[in-house]
Design a protein around this ligand. Structure first.
Ligand code: TXA
Ligand code: MG
Length: 326
């Protein structure tokens, strides 16, 4: 059974947590985006355990979490543009894909043997853990591969009920969607995974509008697989008329949508706020999915700003599942 410890007692538990990390064990850490399943990024056994516990079918590269720019600069090569992005958005929900310094000792399983590395300096207690353990942590979302990401400690515990996993509980994640992944290549930027830091925000800091591969074939960022973040229920997106007997994930006020057919309704943001909707997305999907509905209908979400990332996750959650759907 997982062991949930409150962030309030983190200081007293820190030595024990660092001993686990140093021994190649995994812990679940809260971040501002989603909860992560974390292990020492320099220890191949720890990293292999991450893939094994998640049941990841392929060895996709993992994000390497750091406690500050100094650690980041030892692991990746920072161009002036990368430094500008880090200054503007760290700590925060931005992952920078940069050339890897091969001498640091990041295990090749973390980078899938690429010569680049995804680096992220998260906000909050995760950075304290990294600082105390004095090593970078590889941490994908703490869910089984392809399933909905967890935004609370309780969801992590329910995902891994049979594991002796220590989970640090810092309450609900404020952002609720995985970090924006940006590849820095000379003077050009590419968004490999959209998130709460949008192309417009990056442009206003750097003067460069990133190219976006969202909706691409996912070769550059395997996290962009077609079916991902998926509930067990069949997900119908962009529904203005809720089919009869379906659960409904609504957005905004009931004005131009028909909600009469819904047998259970949750609203991502009654006031139509995208930030609130992003923070509520995964938990609402979890709640409706655990109620056992066959179909979850989702109302249209605006496709501007943060809506790009929300729609990206919804599209993947609604995609045919390999081995399940045709
Ligand atoms: O918000 C987040 O980023 C969460 C929390 C726990 O921090 N973490 C997370 O990690 O989502 P992970 O490892 O699942 O995200 C990996 C994403 C994938 O899309 C992967 O393909 C991309 O980052 N990525 C990592 N390293 C890469 C690299 N060297 N080149 C291209 N993509 C990379
Ligand atoms: Mg994930």
């Amino acid at each position: 059974m997982p062991d949930i410890i409150s962030v309030d007692s983190l200081a007293e538990s820190m030595d024990a947590i660092c001993r686990k990390i140093a021994g190649g064990e995994l812990i679940a850490i809260p971040t501002e985006t989603v909860y992560g399943l974390a292990g020492d990024a320099t220890n191949g056994i720890a990293v292999a355990k991450i893939f094994q516990m998640k049941g990841r079918p392929q060895f996709n590269p993992l994000i390497c979490h750091v406690s500050g720019t100094e650690m980041a600069e030892a692991i990746g090569e920072f161009s002036p543009l990368a430094t500008k992005l880090a200054k503007a958005f760290w700590p925060g929900p931005l992952t920078l894909v940069l050339p890897l310094n091969p001498d640091y000792g990041i295990h090749p399983l973390v980078t899938a043997n690429l010569n680049t590395v995804g680096l992220r300096f998260p906000k909050g207690p995760a950075a304290d853990v990294i600082e105390a353990c004095d090593r970078p942590l590889a941490a994908p979302s703490a869910n089984r591969s392809g399933k909905i990401s967890p935004t609370s400690a309780g969801r992590v515990a329910r995902e891994f009920p049979n594991e002796q996993l220590t989970i640090i509980d810092a309450g609900a994640c404020s952002v609720g969607l995985e970090s924006t992944v940006v590849k820095v290549n000379g003077d050009s930027l590419k968004i490999l995974r959209p998130g709460s830091i949008t192309g417009e925000m990056i442009q206003s800091e750097t003067g460069i509008m990133p190219e976006s591969i969202a909706g691409g074939d996912g070769i550059e960022a395997p996290g962009m697989m077609a079916s991902h973040y998926a509930p067990n229920a069949r997900l119908l997106i962009n529904q203005r008329n809720c089919p009869s007997g379906a659960a409904l994930l609504a957005f905004g006020a009931e004005t131009d949508c028909n909600r009469d057919g819904a047998i259970q309704t949750m609203n991502l943001s009654p006031g139509g706020d995208l930030i609130e909707a992003a923070a509520n997305l995964y938990e609402s999907l979890h709640v409706l999915d655990s109620a056992g509905h066959e179909v979850i209908a989702v109302e249209p979400i605006p496709t501007n700003g943060l809506g790009i990332a929300i729609n990206d996750r919804l599209n993947r959650a609604a995609a045919p599942k390999p081995g399940v759907d045709a």
